[in-house]
Design a protein around this ligand. Structure first.
Ligand SMILES: [Zn+2]
Length: 301
């Protein structure tokens, strides 16, 4: 009996030990990522283009209420005059949303998730016009929609990634990495170096390596008409948290998704300074109110 108890005890300790090692490794990795952030002059210069995007809209693939707050899972649809579409984030497909929703119910006491349709389904025949894709980071609620996109199209789509997003990760980004890696319609392009990257062949679209939330977290800028949209991913969950410099709960940033606290504050302050400028709108992935307030339309075919 005593031997059995000791075996169970050592087994449990070993499991906890391995979990702690994964967590420590992820914290060590995220704290090594802090690329230089471009100032507004550099961003404006990179966005300047003759033939920039003509329209930006969003698809909401799924939504769920957690702790009284509605969380959405969008895909931003950016279009050029020649008909090409670039998606920032691809949201989730139905099985992915169901699994993600159950996890949120179990751990956060959320309401059941409501699935509204994958990006491919909502785009319908317009999926044929998707020419490029990028995601703010490699979490499955941002990458899972790629499977249905590949099933819907018969052409190759370029996925753009910063070096950090292509090369660095941890246990929370491995499944999202696999989503892109296994997607047969995807050709990947890695953007080298830091600062404001012009996304090649997509004038008026810029990527900035950010880190903080995951090693590969990236912030995207799109200049549509006289407005600049800043798609900040999961740096915060609402734009109010950017404006008030409010961090996420430390239990989340320490134990669930290992984040780099000091870097997240630097990113909030950077985004806040940009959001204060005229005709610049910062939006974050999981908050819908800022998107509505800033006047981004829902994608309707
Ligand atoms: Zn997310």
């Amino acid at each position: 009996m005593r031997t059995l108890l000791l075996t169970v005890l050592f087994g449990l300790l070993a499991i906890i030990g391995v979990a702690v090692l994964f967590l420590l490794e992820a914290h060590w990795e995220i704290q090594s990522v802090a690329p230089d952030l471009p100032d507004r002059g550099e961003i404006y210069a990179a966005l300047a283009a003759e033939n920039g995007p003509v329209r930006i809209r969003y698809i909401n693939t799924a939504s769920q209420t957690a702790a009284g707050r509605k969380v959405i899972h969008p895909s931003y649809v950016i279009e050029w005059a020649d008909g090409r579409i670039f998606l920032i984030e691809v949201g989730m497909d139905e099985p992915g949303a169901a699994a993600f929703g159950r996890t949120m119910e179990r751990f956060l006491g959320s309401d059941p998730i409501e699935f509204h349709g994958s990006a491919a389904a909502r785009l319908g025949p317009d999926s044929a016009r998707i020419a490029g894709i990028a995601v703010s980071h490699l979490h499955i609620d941002h990458t899972g929609g790629i499977r249905e996109i590949c099933a819907a199209v018969s052409h190759q789509i370029t996925v753009f990634q910063t070096e950090d997003q292509a090369n660095r990760g941890n246990y929370v980004t491995n499944p999202g990495f696999a989503d892109l890696d296994e997607a047969e319609c995807v050709s990947r392009v890695v953007m080298e170096g830091t600062g404001a990257h012009r996304i090649v062949d997509f004038p008026g679209l810029v990527a900035v390596a950010a880190g903080g939330h995951t090693p590969g977290s990236t912030v995207y800028f799109a200049k549509v008409g006289d407005k600049i949209w800043v798609m900040a991913g999961d740096i915060t969950w609402t734009v109010d948290d950017v404006r008030s410099n409010t961090p996420k709960p430390s239990a989340y940033s320490t134990l669930i998704v290992p984040e780099y606290g000091a870097r997240m504050e630097e990113l909030r302050m950077w985004l806040k300074s940009l959001d204060a400028l005229p005709r610049i709108h910062v939006v974050v992935s999981h908050g819908e109110q800022a998107v509505i307030d800033a006047g981004m339309e829902l994608y309707v075919r």
